[in-house]
Ligand binder design. Structure first.
Ligand SMILES: [Zn+2]
Ligand SMILES: [Zn+2]
Length: 377
């Protein structure tokens, strides 16, 4: 298994605490990987960057970022190789950074005029991975609910593959979801409603959009659980036995497309593009956060806003939590529809309740389309 090979190659039995050279080695490898990817995007922008994102890039800032990543990979690599016996992480990081520099580093010029042809969203994958890891990994390491569950827990590579699968083909995914939705706005947009909403303060418009989106999400999510054919696709998302920020990425593309389509459609009736964009950023950050291995809780807030413990109960395989907590933003939506379950403690078990699904990405992608599912119970 690839995951085992990676863990064996980079891991060791030494302590992974701060100052042991573990985190600096990890940062070196991560920064080296990102910097090399960034330089490749500069070399082949037509192929490796998304046409939708290109016009919005602050290129000078991105070049400075790539330069910082190269320097960071080298500095952390040197520190880690001094501190740690096993140097594979540090050496990998430094080698990647040296390769990025040898290929021209951050100063690679883009001379061609770029067209709108097909492209792989490597830029989007690298940027989002960097941002998400920057936000959520420190939160999970500093205040974990399950301290023994490391960042590289079982099946972490599977979830990285899922993360890639929703970022690299960005054009196909936005074609599947955003294009039908923007087309729909032509026919579905209700001018009276649009004008009425546009006159409200921005924050109120945004709040209203989140409510509308979450009610829509509630019903499609309920259907994904209750309709056996749809559950086959959604079961993939529920197969994680340990939750963290990247576990939220594990989702079949049919599941993803259905949910996003269902959420976007009602938003198209009356909300402006800027509100919808703000909602998309909010849902990405909030949905990722609710999967985090993050213990602290704000008692005053948890009745109004979904916290990690709330969505963790949605993922439990314990009987009392099954088919509960469908909302992703507001727990009171579940209260209204009678599917609210929120005890003071955390669940003990996660994953599917007695169902077996394929362990691989490819298997999980194909299996739901085939009629029969293996069942162990
Ligand atoms: Zn679910
Ligand atoms: Zn989830």
């Amino acid at each position: 298994m690839i995951e085992q090979k990676i863990n064996e190659f980079f891991g060791d039995a030494d302590s992974t605490g701060f100052g042991t050279g573990w985190w600096s080695g990890l940062l070196s490898a991560f920064f080296g990987f990102l910097s090399l990817g960034g330089v490749l995007c500069l070399h082949f922008p037509q192929l490796l960057s998304s046409p939708e994102l290109r016009p919005h890039y602050p290129m000078h800032t991105l070049r400075v970022l790539i330069q910082c990543l190269i320097v960071g990979a080298i500095v952390f690599g040197i520190f880690s190789s001094i501190k740690r016996k096993k140097k594979n992480l540090a050496l990998t990081g430094m080698l990647l950074a040296i390769a990025a520099t040898a290929l021209g580093g951050s100063s690679v010029q883009i001379n061609n005029t770029l067209g709108n042809g097909p492209a792989i969203g490597l830029d989007w994958f690298l940027l989002d991975l960097f941002l998400m890891a920057l936000i959520y990994v420190p939160l999970e390491r500093l205040w974990p609910q399950y301290p023994t569950q490391g960042t590289f827990r079982n099946e972490w590579t599977l979830d990285v593959v899922y993360f890639m699968s929703t970022h690299l083909p960005i054009q196909i995914l936005s074609f599947l979801v955003l294009l039908p939705a923007t087309q729909a706005v032509k026919y579905l947009g209700v001018p009276v409603l649009q004008h009425f909403i546009a006159r409200m303060p921005w924050l109120l418009q945004f709040f209203l959009a989140v409510v509308v989106a979450d009610v829509a999400e509630y019903f499609i999510h309920l259907a994904l659980h209750k309709v056996p054919f749809l559950w086959r696709f959604h079961a993939v998302h529920h197969s994680s036995k340990a939750l963290d920020w990247i576990a939220g990425s594990r989702s079949h593309f049919v599941d993803d497309t259905l949910v996003r389509g269902f959420i976007l459609l009602p938003l198209m009736f009356g909300f402006s593009q800027s509100i919808i964009l703000a909602y998309l950023i909010f849902v990405t950050l909030h949905a990722t956060w609710t999967h985090c291995n993050f213990g602290p809780n704000a008692k005053w807030l948890e009745k109004f806003l979904v916290m990690p413990r709330y969505h963790h109960w949605h993922h439990t395989s314990q009987k009392e939590g099954i088919d509960k907590n469908f909302a992703i933003h507001f727990p009171w939506i579940d209260k209204i529809f009678g599917t609210y379950y929120y005890p003071a403690q955390w669940p003990e078990k996660y994953g599917l309740d007695g169902e077996e699904i394929s362990p691989s990405f490819l298997g999980q992608t194909i299996e739901p389309f085939t009629p029969r599912r293996k069942r162990t119970l």
